[in-house]
Design a protein around this ligand. Sequence first.
Ligand code: C2R
Length: 190
Amino acid sequence: MSDQNKNTLVSIVMGSVSDWDAIRSGCETLIQYDVKYDINVLSAHRNPIATHEYAVNADKRGVKVIIAAAGGAAHLPGVIAASTIIPVIGVPIKTSLAGGLDSMLSIVQMPKGVSVATVGVNNSTNAALLAIQMLALNDEDLREKIIIERNKKEQDAQMFNYEWYGKDLEKREKNISRSDKVFEPYSLGE
Ligand code: C2R
C-alpha cells in the first residue's frame, strides 16, 4: 500500500496495475482540488485477506471516501463496501467484452442492503468529482472550488456559442432547425 498518511481523505483501490490508465485522470482531478489520496492495488479474488483488512482499517486511517476500480467480474467495490460504512464509488474498467458492460453490471447490480455508487466505464474523473462533492459537504473551501470549476465549464459552453454564432441568435436558431432536419428520416410514422 502507498501512503498511510492520516490526512488521506480519498483512498483509491484498483483490482490490478493494468487498471492504472483508467485511474490516472481521477488522480489528476483529486490533485487539481488539492485532496489527499492514496492508491492501492488489491483484489478481492487475488488478495481476499488483505482486501478485507484494508476495508476494515480505512475508517481508522481517516479515509472518508473509497474509490474502487475493477474490470470483468468486478467484485472488489462490493466486497470492500461489505466491510466498511465509508461510501464506496465503483469505477467499472473497460474490457474486451462489450466495452466493460460486464464490469459495470457487476458493480451497479448490488443487492439491496449494501450500496456502491457507480460511475461510467473508465470514468475515474467523475468518481473523483463525486468523492470531492461528498467531502465538500463539510468543507467550505472545496465547495467554492467546485462552484468555480462548474462556472468555468458553463463559460466554456457559452464561449463556444458566442464564437460560433456571434450575437446573431437568429442565425443560431436557423442553424438549429437546419440540423433538426438531419433527423427527419428517423421520424417515421409522423
Ligand atoms: P489483470 O490485467 O491483472 O489480469 O486484471 C482488474 O480490475 C482488471 O481490470 C484484469 C482485470 O481483473 C480485475 N480484477 C477484479 C478483481 N480483481 C482483479 N475485478 C476483483 O477482486 O473484483
